[in-house]
Design a protein around this ligand. Structure first.
Ligand code: ZN
Length: 412
């Protein structure tokens, strides 16, 4: 054996020690990476899934007075649980960026599905602008938008889903065509106006885009339909109040004698959002901007017609993306339902209504704040950073850090 050479046995044992150390090191690193992965997965599960349960669990159906029992069967089961949301604006192929689309649609799908499973509404109304580009989308893009909508807003048989038309679905009055209205009607079974009766509650769904009053074919049809509905409702009301019907009501189908609830996309005429209050009302710099008739709100004339035809007890509308409560003629409340999409608001919401033929009570259910979710991601990201730095031992004081580097150098 040459001088200075190590014995063969020693050499072998050193190599095997090095091998074991390497395996241990790899194991340690693997374990650390696994911990990081777990943390990332937990954060994603919370922010993208559980957070909707945590927030929506705090919402509840409001109490409503139930009229003196007429029959022993009248109970809480006779209260209609209705959910109202608006302006989902599913992005189209022209203006929508794929990432924005993916994010917003995931958020809305999770919020809607969680609300359905926790709150179990009887009926859900979407107050228009379901799509962002229905006003100009090709038939193929429309079919794709509809397919995504049906997936996001899928619902069990016990819950009905009704959709009112909005200007982004078929275009503003000047862009609206029979073709666009027909394809909307094919999917949502809604064109001019519709009466929905559930548990003795009358809902009138209005095509407010067609209330321009210029006598266009679609507008005339919509007005004629609404007038017919109003006649039917008023006759039923008269029979109940006066216990007789006039000649014009002869042979008319009897409807529940309950004042209707109007559901439409455009709000009734109001000068601006200046009087609107609440955390989700319009921004202060936007509140005093005057509304344009037939664009931001219905014309004064169309608004008066609706009030006169239907004498509604409540109106729910969308379009403005912000919240507002207005009182028409000093007694008829109108609720502007804010947008359901996080693309339009940091704090989207929906309205929950407990409704009977004679009374109603509303509650606003707020969804997770986008800013809060982003904050959670930032905190989790910072925590991950700290863990990685600590693992690399870069948090030691400079002296130890230098020593660590020297030790590493010597080992090499
Ligand atoms: Zn709109």
């Amino acid at each position: 054996m040459k001088e200075g050479a190590l014995p063969l046995g020693n050499n072998f044992s050193m190599r095997s020690d090095l091998g074991t150390m390497k395996i241990l090191h790899l194991k340690k690193r693997g374990c650390f990476l696994l911990k990081l992965l777990c943390l990332v997965v937990l954060m994603l599960i919370f922010c993208e899934f559980l957070v909707y349960y945590v927030v929506i669990l705090q919402c509840h159906w409001p109490e409503v007075k139930i009229e003196a029992l007429r029959s022993s069967r009248q109970s809480s089961a006779s209260v209609l649980k209705a959910m109202f949301l608006s302006d989902t604006h599913l992005l189209g192929e022209i203006k929508g960026h794929w990432l924005d689309k993916l994010r917003r649609e995931w958020q809305m799908e999770r919020a809607f599905q969680t609300a359905l499973s926790l709150l179990e509404p009887d009926i859900v109304f979407i107050l228009g602008d379901v799509f962002d580009e229905g006003k100009w989308s090709s038939s193929q893009a429309w079919a794709d938008d509809v397919r995504r909508f049906q997936k996001m807003f899928r619902h069990p048989v016990r819950t009905e889903l009704m959709v009112v038309v909005g200007n982004h679905d078929i275009g503003f009055h000047y862009e609206m065509t029979p073709y666009k209205l027909k394809r909307f009607a094919k999917v949502f079974n809604f064109t001019s106006g519709k009466l929905i009766i559930r548990k003795g509650v009358n809902f009138v769904m209005v095509n407010s885009v067609a209330l321009d009053g210029d006598g266009c074919t679609i507008c005339s049809r919509a007005e004629a339909k609404l007038m017919k509905l109003s006649h039917k409702l008023n006759c039923s009301q008269q029979v109940r109040e006066q216990n007789h019907s006039n000649k014009r009501c002869n042979g008319m189908e009897q409807l529940p004698a309950s004042e209707p609830i109007l559901l439409q996309h455009y709000p009734l005429y109001r000068r601006s959002d200046a009087e609107c209050i609440g955390e989700d009302s319009a921004l202060p710099e936007e509140k005093n901007i005057p509304f344009k008739e037939k664009y931001d709100v219905l014309s004064r004339e169309a608004s008066q017609k609706l009030l006169w035809w239907f004498h509604p007890r409540l109106i729910l509308s969308g379009h403005t993306h912000s919240a507002c409560e207005v009182l028409h003629n000093g007694k008829i409340p109108e609720i502007s339902v804010p947008s359901f999409s996080w693309r339009n608001r940091n704090n989207p919401s929906f309205i929950m209504g407990s409704i009977t033929p004679t009374d109603f009570s509303l509650y606003k259910c707020f969804l997770p704040l986008e800013s809060r979710v982003v904050t959670i991601y930032c905190i989790a990201g910072a925590l991950l950073g700290v863990l990685i730095l600590a693992h690399l031992q870069l948090f030691n004081p400079p002296f130890y850090f230098a020593q660590h580097l020297i030790r590493k150098h010597k080992a090499v």
